[in-house]
Design a protein around this ligand. Structure first.
Ligand code: ATP
Ligand code: MN
Length: 446
């Protein structure tokens, strides 16, 4: 793009500056002798007000026809804005229509439901909400890379097509023709963790950041069939180090969103979820709470709360339990550790009590689980026994056991659901509205 962004014009433009901008019209209002255009290029939430006077040579032939959705290029001079909010507006000296919008352009000024917007995922990035979401998503992604890169973590590119068997993370999508092509059944990855462990046991600290897939039939507001996951894995690290990383990681990324997306956050706060910005600030400023699963279950049992799913030691925590713990009990993010072995994957480090494993979940208000992780079982014989007990095919995991035979060290890591993080930060109610093209049961358009 050769012209400055609307964002930079609004931030740096001064009265008298000659400016050329291009973008789409959110609205076009034609009064007697003037046209007022609200122009956006997606660089920020605010649009640039453009005033088009009748002196324009194409005023009657084109400018007066302009409507919502049209793409234009405007050249002119910045003048003082009488309107509230912005200090400058653009007085057009030349206006070129780059692309007309047909009359049935679906995004007219009125508010549309998010359900409806999903059916026009090719146009919804032009709405205030989705535009803001995608900018936040971008800043979060940048902050994630920055966080790890500054700490010397190596970004490891783990495969999407995997021959590795399910590891208990969720149902997998089979790749049709995988057997014929690769000589073995292949699936879409549910997690890069096992491969990240390979990386950590050579490069010490690694992370993955990419799409993962789960074929579980979860029609909820926090599950997608395709979602992005961030998975750091650290060698010479135990559960405590893992929890520390998870906390500073979440707080750093949330702070980056607050710092770099102030305008969008103000929008979410006003239009999407009251108090979401303050909640984010609270996360940035307050140390997380930590308790064991056993303690959490005691608290839940003593809560006097009526839950849809009964709680008892040994049962997995449901979303309603997670939310009560983080929202009602502690009122901040909560790290729950040391879950019963029976409800966690085979690779988690077995505690001496013979009942629990060194697992960790980070729960946050409104979402529940945002991070799941663990210290990994690095003791060869313990791991092998556990795998046999769970009926896993040891041949399939020969390489995984090998890692425990050749210089095995304690290591730990976690997985953050990227969309859940964006959901938490923005206050968006449904996870389908924080990813450009959601894939859920029965729906994979675009
Ligand atoms: P849940 O119990 O909420 O379904 P999980 O325990 O199956 O999640 P993990 O295997 O621990 O999830 O995955 C790590 C993280 O990935 C989770 O903490 C969550 O943030 C995210 N995640 C898991 N499943 C999904 C999904 N279907 N859609 C979006 N994010 C997900
Ligand atoms: Mn989990």
């Amino acid at each position: 793009m050769t012209t400055p962004s609307v964002k930079s014009v609004l931030a740096e433009g001064r009265v008298g500056d000659p400016v050329t901008v291009q973008g789409w019209l959110r609205t076009a209002r034609h009064s007697k002798g003037l046209s007022f255009l609200d122009l956006t290029d997606g660089s920020c939430l605010a649009g640039l007000q453009v005033v088009a006077p009748p002196e324009l040579e194409n005023y009657e032939s084109e400018v007066r026809l302009l409507g919502t959705g049209w793409a234009v290029r405007v050249q002119g001079e910045l003048v003082e804005s009488p309107g509230k909010g912005q200090h400058v507006e653009l007085r057009a000296a030349q206006l070129e229509v780059v692309g007309e919008a047909a009359d049935d352009y679906p995004l007219q000024k009125k508010r549309h439901s998010f359900e409806y917007l999903r059916t026009i995922a090719h146009l919804r990035p032009r709405t205030n909400s989705l535009g803001a979401v995608f900018r936040v998503r971008n800043v979060a992604a940048r902050a994630i890379h920055q966080f790890f890169q500054e700490r010397g973590f190596v970004w490891l590119h783990t495969p999407i097509l995997t021959g590795a068997d399910a590891e208990g993370a969720g149902e997998m999508f089979e790749v049709e023709g995988g057997e014929a092509f690769f000589g073995r059944p292949t699936r879409l990855t549910v997690s890069g963790q096992l491969e990240a462990e390979i990386g950590a046991l050579a490069l010490s600290n690694v992370y993955t950041f990419g799409p993962t897939f789960r074929a579980e039939n979860s029609n909820t507001s926090r599950h997608l069939a395709e979602f992005w996951m961030v998975e750091p894995e650290m060698a010479f690290c135990d559960l405590r180090g893992n929890a520390e990383l998870a906390e500073s990681f979440l707080r750093t990324v949330m702070k980056a969103i607050l710092d770099d997306c102030a305008e969008d956050m103000a929008f979410f706060d006003e239009r999407i979820e009251k108090g979401v910005a303050a909640a984010l600030e609270h996360v940035v400023e307050t140390p997380f709470e930590q308790m064991t699963y056993t303690e959490a279950v005691k608290r839940l049992e003593a809560s006097g709360q009526k839950f849809e799913h009964p709680v008892h030691w040994g049962a997995d925590l449901q979303s309603e339990h997670e939310r009560w713990l983080t929202e009602q009990l502690v009122g901040k993010p909560l790290v729950v550790t040391d879950y019963p072995a029976g409800i966690k994957a085979f690779y988690m480090y077995a505690n001496d009590d013979g009942k629990t494993v060194r697992a960790l979940d980070v729960l946050v208000p409104r979402i529940g689980e945002i991070i799941g992780g663990s210290q990994r079982e690095h003791r060869h014989d313990v791991l092998k026994e556990r795998m046999l007990a769970q009926g896993l095919d040891l041949d399939e995991y020969g390489w995984y056991l090998d890692l425990r035979r050749f210089g095995s060290v304690p290591h730990a890591g976690f997985g953050l659901g990227f969309e859940r993080m964006v959901q938490f930060a923005t206050g968006m109610a449904n996870i389908r509205d924080v990813i450009p093209f959601p894939r859920v049961p029965g729906y994979a358009e675009f």
